[in-house]
Design a protein around this ligand. Structure first.
Ligand code: COA
Length: 324
């Protein structure tokens, strides 16, 4: 009994950018990108692919699976770091796009951990009011926040959206628990500025621009350790052994991070869902896209225990356990 996933959905823009195309943009190679990151392609938005539009399409797919319509939704939480406007929220644009007139809507920013944070928040709303139906969406157009001259970052990120519809269930299934963490001291290792300040007193002398800046090596080390700790703490908190987990669906940052995580946990690579090769790192969208893919590929059966884990700018990280 608890918060259950009634439907999942995803949407990726049509345009696919290959490593070979990136070779023409920056000094890189398909071989370097594949061996260092595991990424072969990523989807890049075009006209009609604003962050909220990807989100609305992913949400429509999730609603269809749930057998609900937009007017049934009470709350829309969108996790994103790449909305086309700072105000209104991306979630308000999604509400308008879907025609979800009954819902209140807001965004959260926890970078690549945004979906996991939003899922935990939605779980708490439903525990407080089991009648609520909630859309939780992770959506990004990181192509609009990428420095296309920086080979350290532009090969890594992609665009896309994933969504879940949540409600209350009386059966065995549902969200079991979550564990979330942040450490703002480490902000500089992975960050993105906003537009330059209009207040001269607050204007930073050397604004690096509105794009992602990353210390890759440092991020790598923290990501593996943080996700491992979050997983082990959550399993201990919920008294569930690691071998009871059917599938781990992690944030799709990088194949080497995921392989290292599997190695440190001592689980086989098949237990970790991986699709980073197709989509790159889609930040808050990566977990719901992967969850939808696993769900539609029938990798999840009723009763299976699924573990979601994330790591991102902030730093933010965390894990959520779900009984399917
Ligand atoms: N193509 C070719 N060479 C590249 C390159 C690219 N796209 N990007 C960086 N390089 C070069 C660097 O300039 C450096 O060259 P130098 O030795 O001449 O200075 C060399 O490759 C090694 O760079 P380094 O950053 O040490 O490589 P790495 O092995 O750490 O791999 C990452 C770089 C980014 C792939 C890796 O650090 C990583 O995956 N980090 C985590 C990133 C991440 O997942 N972020 C999101 C978390 S939510």
């Amino acid at each position: 009994m608890g918060t259950i996933i009634l439907g999942t959905g995803a949407y990726l823009p049509e345009r696919v950018l290959t490593n070979q195309e990136l070779e023409k943009i920056v000094d890189t190679s398909d071989e370097w990108i594949r061996t260092r990151t595991g990424i072969s392609t990523r989807h890049i938005g075009g006209k009609g692919d604003e962050t909220y539009q990807l989100a609305a399409k992913a949400a429509a797919n999730a609603l269809q699976m749930a057998g609900l319509s937009a007017v049934d939704i009470d709350l829309i939480i969108v996790a994103t770091i790449s909305s086309h406007m700072l105000m209104p929220s991306c979630a308000c644009f999604v509400q308008k796009e879907l025609g979800a007139g009954k819902a209140f809507a807001f965004d959260i920013n926890a970078a690549c951990s945004g979906f996991v944070y939003a899922l935990d928040m939605a779980d708490k709303y439903i525990l407080a009011d089991p009648g609520k139906k909630i859309l939780v969406i992770g959506t990004e157009t990181l192509s609009s926040r990428t420095n296309w001259e920086d080979r350290n970052t532009c090969v890594i990120f992609g665009d896309g959206a994933g969504a879940v519809v949540l409600g209350h269930g009386e059966g065995e299934g549902g969200i079991i628990g979550a564990n979330l963490f942040s450490d703002g001291n480490l902000w500089a290792l992975l960050h993105m500025h906003t537009a330059p300040s209009c207040n001269p007193e607050l204007l930073q002398a050397a604004s690096p621009g509105v794009h992602i800046v990353m210390e890759g090596r440092e991020v790598f080390k923290y990501a593996v350790k943080a996700m491992e700790e979050a997983i082990l703490k959550l399993l201990e908190q919920e008294q569930i052994p690691l071998d009871a987990i059917k599938l781990i669906i992690p944030h799709q940052a990088n194949i080497r991070i995921l392989n290292k995580l599997a190695e440190r946990l001592g689980v086989s690579a098949e237990k970790i869902f991986i699709n980073v090769q197709k989509y790159g790192n889609t930040s808050a969208a990566s977990i719901p896209i992967a969850l939808d893919e696993a769900n539609r590929a029938s990798r999840l059966e009723p009763g299976d225990i699924v573990l979601l884990c994330s790591f991102g700018g902030g730093f933010t990280w965390g894990a959520v356990l779900i009984r399917w």
